[in-house]
Write a protein that binds this ligand. Structure first.
Ligand code: DLL
Length: 427
């Protein structure tokens, strides 16, 4: 069966199978993971008959995984583990994600679907600029290329001028990186006098961070590609949980036969009606080494209604709006960094980089927006007024604006740090 066939099952079948798979998943994790033995004590797997039954089971959150560091969440013997990844742990201890041989097959399958949705196959050369290492981006894309029979160039991040040279010399048709790093590569191309016509790129597979539609359009124009969004997280599998197809930005197809998903109200934990925004909750139904039940991702999205024109029947989620952690409130307006990115990218005089510094002035949150002019000669006063007025008109917020020297805002080689929250440092 091809990846496409697996994504065209009838909805009734997918939904019936999902509950069945969930039931056996509960039985399995209850036996194999000590953490779930405690958490699921008193719950009979056989009592799980409907999505509503699932929605009443306990959640797992990041603190549970941190407390389980390094191996308490392991559901197999170490002799069965073949690969171990970990999240960076910048805001607490790291979280370990382990894989058995079957888990690596599962990951390959999920990632092959990502590539097949993007039209990538044996004739393609994949330039992989996601970081290789403990981060799952590099190897996830690598396995996808192997699975669909494409040639892969394992660039990893960094050495940006060399990235441009290799893109050109090796005739890459596919680029994989974070969207912010792709922006940096596009900027380097311009400086090196390399145009999109010197490259053979046709598609970009971008994810691991929030990015706006404006950034997507910019990358499509700069690189001459379809820029597709891919979503995932190490705790569940890595990249491959969901991704866009070539139908034209119609949302991200969920691999819902491999990963059970729910969207819940972040305050109450109860499911939201279809189409309403909430927090994505994921269960890695088939994972052996570190299986996770009802994981609170903190990622905010919604289920898109109706079928996709591409013919796949899997449900789709909207682009991730942001992480619940990254949302801030300015005088009553709730905002995610991506919404500010959308607006800044509409201002022509600005380079496509920015940083947001969030601080607290007595009881009120204040936001300073760091921007860079595209052209060093532009009047700073003019830019400051323009950005302030634009953000006030479009988002209804008052911000401070600081114009930085060209090339002084740090460029990202992986996940960009868009928001520096100084309030957290004060607390
Ligand atoms: O970022 C896996 C990945 C690698 C996804 C390459 C796509 C491409 P983690 O490092 O565990 O895994 O970070 C997971 O990144 O909970 C989201 O907050 C964020 N994230 C991932 N993909 C997207 C996306 C990888 N497409 C965390 N849009 C997740 C927005 C994303 N945020």
């Amino acid at each position: 069966m091809t990846q496409i066939d697996e994504e065209r099952f009838s909805r009734d079948f997918v939904e019936m199978k999902a509950v069945e798979d969930f039931r056996s998943f509960i039985g399995r994790v209850k036996k194999s993971v000590p953490f779930y033995q405690g958490k699921l004590a008193g719950i009979d797997p056989e009592s799980i008959r409907t999505p509503d039954d699932i929605s009443r089971l306990p959640f797992t959150n990041k603190d549970d995984l941190r407390e389980g560091y390094p191996f308490q969440m392991l559901g197999v013997n170490m002799s069965q583990v073949q690969e171990i990844h970990a999240t960076s742990g910048t805001s607490g201890s790291a979280v370990v994600a382990a894989y058995t041989a079957n888990d690596l097959k599962l990951w390959g399958k999920a990632m092959a679907r990502v590539f097949s949705r993007a039209g990538v196959g044996p004739d393609d050369v994949v330039h992989n600029a996601y970081g290789y290492g403990l981060f799952t981006g590099g190897l996830g894309m690598h396995y996808a290329a192997l699975e669909v029979g494409a040639a892969v160039v394992p660039m990893s991040g960094g050495y940006t001028q060399r990235q441009v040279k290799m893109l050109k010399d090796l005739g890459a048709t596919v680029i994989c990186s974070t969207p912010s790093y792709a922006q940096h590569i596009a900027e380097a191309m311009e400086e090196m006098g390399v145009s999109r016509d010197d490259l053979r790129l046709k598609v970009g597979i971008f994810g691991a961070e929030s990015w706006s539609q404006e950034m997507c359009r910019e990358l499509e124009t700069q690189l001459g590609i379809s820029a597709l969004d891919v979503y995932g997280l190490a705790e569940i599998i890595g990249p491959g949980v969901a991704s866009e197809c070539l139908a034209g930005h119609e949302g991200l197809h969920m691999a819902e036969d491999l990963f059970y998903f729910e969207v819940v109200n972040p305050d109450t934990g109860r499911p939201v009606p279809e189409g309403e925004s909430g927090e994505l909750v994921l269960s890695s139904l088939k994972r052996e080494a570190t299986p996770i039940m009802r994981y609170r991702t903190k990622d905010i999205t919604r289920v898109l209604p109706g079928p996709c024109p591409c013919g796949r029947t899997t449900r789709r989620i909207d682009h991730i709006k942001g992480r619940a952690d990254d949302m801030f409130t300015l005088r009553g307006v709730n905002l995610f960094p991506k919404e500010i990115e959308s607006e800044l990218l509409r201002i022509e005089e600005l380079a496509p980089v920015f940083q947001l510094i969030l601080d607290r002035n007595s009881a009120l949150d204040v936001l300073e927006v760091h921007i860079e002019p595209k052209d060093g000669d532009v009047l700073h006063e003019h830019l400051i007024t323009k950005v302030k007025t634009h953000l006030n008109r479009t988002l209804g917020i008052n911000v401070m604006v600081s114009v930085k020297e060209p090339h002084s805002i740090p460029r990202s080689e992986g996940k960009a740090v868009r928001l520096v929250d100084r309030r957290k440092l004060i607390r």
